[in-house]
Design a protein. Structure first.
Length: 535
């Protein structure tokens, strides 16, 4: 090893140690999570306010992580588990995590020499002289090679703040994927119970059509015997055909809902064997609205979309430090070591070493820098306001959903009673008609009323369950921290690895706490929460 190379290595080692020592200076504000003052004592208006020791007891009632298991429906559980593995939108959200991971790797590289360049060249030279009695020629080969190094040291934490910003963006991609889980589970549960509701409505329509068909046959026989009126006959026929006409429309809705479920499962539209359960065999879940009488307010800030907003605030907060670093000189190291030579007779090989510090300082550009800092600060405040607005919107969604749950449960009880009354009225009207105490119109009216109430009963049942789903969705329930194997299937990983060398980015564990530059650099401040179930 030549003395030049030894000197270069010693100089770089010394300057690296110096840069590590000085890099502790980081300009710009540390991240502070936005505070929502009103949230501490907030409760949905449907349930009023609950304070004191009862809160601790009631807090255990809400389990949002696997909330769909509350319905005790093994088919729904199976569909949701399958969707969490096969849904394409969820996979895209998972892929964005790995994209952000690669971007974080690029950002981390800024702490090391930004220029590491080897260069070389070989040239052939042929000189010819045409003066004098005889032409002369001379040819030789030149060659040179070298290594260039350029390193801007992170004296003011500009690169460190940039890494913090990308770090927060990486965590944003994780919370976005968790939010996609929330939406997927809610969509699938809504579609599943919409399918069950429509399926039951079709079965009720067929049952009522059979009843009305029987009435139509009776009035036909009575009319043909000359004892009944044509009016009774036509009214019975109208009601029977009108009921039959509702079935195709319901069957269209059933097929469309089934196809929507198939798409959520990552399957082609078509028959789903899991759904082929007869309506008469399906047992609707029974859930008391009293289960939801207390909702911890801090659950709102655990929603993945609100965690995403908090990470966005963190990312932008670091950008202020990046902008403020422009006030100060950028101190760099540069070095070049090279060799050159020629095969020309009498020539000798030469080596060279150039090394030293340099700096650039925008001393007359403070107006631009100052306004750029202001721009970054304004953007930070915008994201803080957006965070506050999102928490308000989340509270509105919880309040709307809880009130809807309360009122749909009240409506369901009234409709259940109304259906029982309409069923009894039909029994009485049939009896009075057979005994000759009333005309057939009373029977038709009772049939029409019972059919309408039976249909409304099913719709109210579906609306009540939809309100439960909406409440859990508004609380941000239905997500878990997924491992790499859960984010992407092994087949997808193999395809990506064959196409591109991903190193260990597709297999290394994901964590909010192990290697977070943001968390390490802001250990004295509060960073966005990692997950709901860690609280």
């Amino acid at each position: 090893m030549t003395n030049n190379v030894k000197n270069l290595i010693k100089s770089l080692a010394l300057l690296y140690g110096l840069s590590t020592l000085v890099a502790c200076t980081t300009v710009g504000p540390d991240y502070q999570e936005p505070v929502v003052d009103w949230l501490q004592d907030w409760q949905p208006s449907a349930y009023g306010h609950s304070y004191g020791s009862n809160i601790q007891n009631k807090q255990k009632q809400i389990d949002t992580q696997f909330w769909w298991q509350l319905f005790n429906d093994p088919i729904l559980n199976k569909l949701i588990n399958e969707a969490r593995q096969e849904n394409h939108s969820l996979r895209i959200a998972g892929l964005r995590i790995f994209e952000s991971r690669a971007l974080l790797g690029i950002a981390n590289s800024s702490l090391y020499p930004q220029l590491q360049q080897v260069n070389g060249s070989v040239s052939y030279v042929n000189n010819q002289s045409h003066g004098g009695n005889a032409p002369k020629s001379q040819s030789f080969t030149n060659y040179q090679t070298g290594f260039n190094l350029g390193w801007e040291l992170d004296f003011w934490g500009r690169f460190q703040r940039g890494i913090e910003s990308v770090d927060a963006a990486f965590f944003t991609s994780i919370t976005n994927q968790q939010d996609a889980q929330v939406l997927l589970v809610a969509q699938l549960a809504n579609a599943y119970f919409a399918y069950r509701t429509t399926q039951a409505r079709i079965a009720i329509a067929h049952q009522n059509a059979n009843i009305q068909k029987r009435s139509y046959e009776i009035t036909t026989n009575v009319f043909n015997s000359g004892e009944g009126s044509e009016l009774d006959l036509q009214q019975a026929k109208t009601q029977y055909l009108a009921t039959l006409s509702t079935i195709p429309e319901l069957e269209i809705a059933l097929a469309q809902t089934r196809n929507a479920i198939a798409i959520l499962l990552g399957k082609a539209p078509g028959v789903l064997p899991e759904l082929e359960v007869m309506a008469s065999e399906y047992h609707w879940p029974v859930i008391s609205p009293n289960y939801f009488q207390y909702i911890p307010a801090n659950m709102l800030t655990r929603r993945p979309d609100i965690r995403t907003a908090a990470w966005q605030v963190a990312a932008q907060s670091a950008q202020i430090g990046v902008a403020e670093a422009e006030y100060y000189p950028a101190i760099s190291l540069f070095g070049t070591i090279g060799w050159s030579g020629s095969d020309l007779a009498g020539s000798s090989d030469t080596s060279s070493l150039i090394i030293g510090p340099s700096f650039t300082w925008n001393i007359l550009d403070y107006d631009r820098i100052e306004n750029n800092v202001r721009i970054q600060d304004a953007r930070l405040q915008q994201l803080i306001e957006q965070y506050q607005s999102l928490v308000l919107q989340a509270a509105k969604e919880v309040d709307d959903a809880s009130y809807s749950l309360l009122k749909t449960s009240e409506q369901k009880l009234l409709i259940d009673k109304s259906f029982k009354a309409s069923k009894r009225a039909l029994e009485l009207s049939n009896t009075r008609y057979r005994e000759g105490y009333s005309d057939f119109q009373r029977v038709l009216d009772a049939q029409r009323a019972m059919f309408a109430q039976a249909d409304r009963q099913l719709i109210s049942q579906g609306s009540y369950i939809a309100a439960i789903i909406s409440l859990y969705k508004s609380m941000g329930g239905g997500w878990t921290e997924m491992t790499n194997d859960q984010l992407l299937s092994s087949k997808v990983k193999e395809t990506m690895q064959e196409r591109t060398d991903w190193g260990d980015l597709l297999t290394a564990p994901l964590s909010f706490s192990n290697n977070s530059t943001l968390i390490k650099s802001t250990s004295a401040t509060k960073v966005p929460e990692a997950s709901a179930h860690e609280q």
